[in-house]
Design a protein around this ligand. Sequence first.
Ligand SMILES: CC(C)(COP(=O)(O)OP(=O)(O)OC[C@H]1O[C@@H](n2cnc3c(N)ncnc32)[C@H](O)[C@@H]1OP(=O)(O)O)[C@@H](O)C(=O)NCCC(=O)NCCS
Length: 305
Amino acid sequence: MRAPRPPRDHACMDSVRIRLMSRDDLPAAERAAAVAFLEGDRLSRRVSEPEPEPPTAEESRRWIELVGYFLSVDPAGCWIAEEGRDVVGFAISQNRGALWYLATYGVLPGRQGKGIGRRLMDAVLDHAGGRPVLLSSTVHPAATRRYRLAGFTLHPQMRMVGTVDRSTLPAVRGLREGRDDDLEWMDRLDTAVRGAGHGPDHAHMLETLRLVVSDASDRRGYVYIDERRGRPELLAADRPETAQNLLWEALASTRGDTLVNCITTGNHWAVDVGLAARLDIGQEGYIAVRGMPAPAPYLASGHYL
Ligand SMILES: CC(C)(COP(=O)(O)OP(=O)(O)OC[C@H]1O[C@@H](n2cnc3c(N)ncnc32)[C@H](O)[C@@H]1OP(=O)(O)O)[C@@H](O)C(=O)NCCC(=O)NCCS
């Protein structure tokens, strides 16, 4: 379904204040995010996909925990749009060394198309300074318009979906479970692949995700696996062969439907693994970059990039 384009109405702009987020804003920002993304998912849903559901109480709790974490690490990147006492929009960005990324961004459906998103984007890009910028975009027409007008290059993303045919799983060697003391070389690998380490994000991911690494000096790479949702969450490697081994390991640990997301054209190694595992190719959104190439071999995480 095509999103109805809201009328260009810049009246009442003065009643909307763009300001830094505080911890007290987290519950209201979470409610705004739930509504903005539910409506966005409804508009972009394909007929073959199930009707999107509002977040469960557990998902809402996780959003608050995640954004609370971003707020504790880099509060100057976290902004909200406020009208009266209501949160009507939010943009959560983070600087990590030489890189800026956008973790999440939304405006309440009834308030879209009035320039609130542009003002939020201006605030967070100001925080980026001159850093290269990276984000994963939905297909929402206002989002892609906003990013392209801000000078981002949009790289269409593929995604592999379905249930892994377990008879296709190869024997993978040279991998082990990751630990705290791997994070240092993982940050160096991140720097080579996407221009900056994930820094504290690694420790944060390690709290809830399984980490598998390949640490031979000529085959370095890692993958975080979300075992609850049965899918790889973030993968970085020094070469496509290492990346493929890690992705096979992640697919071996899934049960039922899985999703390999954020596959840009520079990452066809992931398409080849997905096809061999008898998953289907789909398309979903964009990796958007400015001042840097789209990372490879790399599968970005939607929130930690
Ligand atoms: C993306 C989003 C935050 C933008 O907020 P916004 O307040 O609508 O943004 P703005 O009004 O500043 O700008 C949107 C631009 O797209 C245009 N636009 C808005 N809705 C549109 C639509 N349905 N179709 C096409 N263009 C649209 C606006 O006219 C405006 O362009 P302009 O500045 O040249 O006039 C908001 O649309 C949203 O929350 N979307 C759903 C959640 C989402 O997908 N977030 C992005 C995550 S990556």
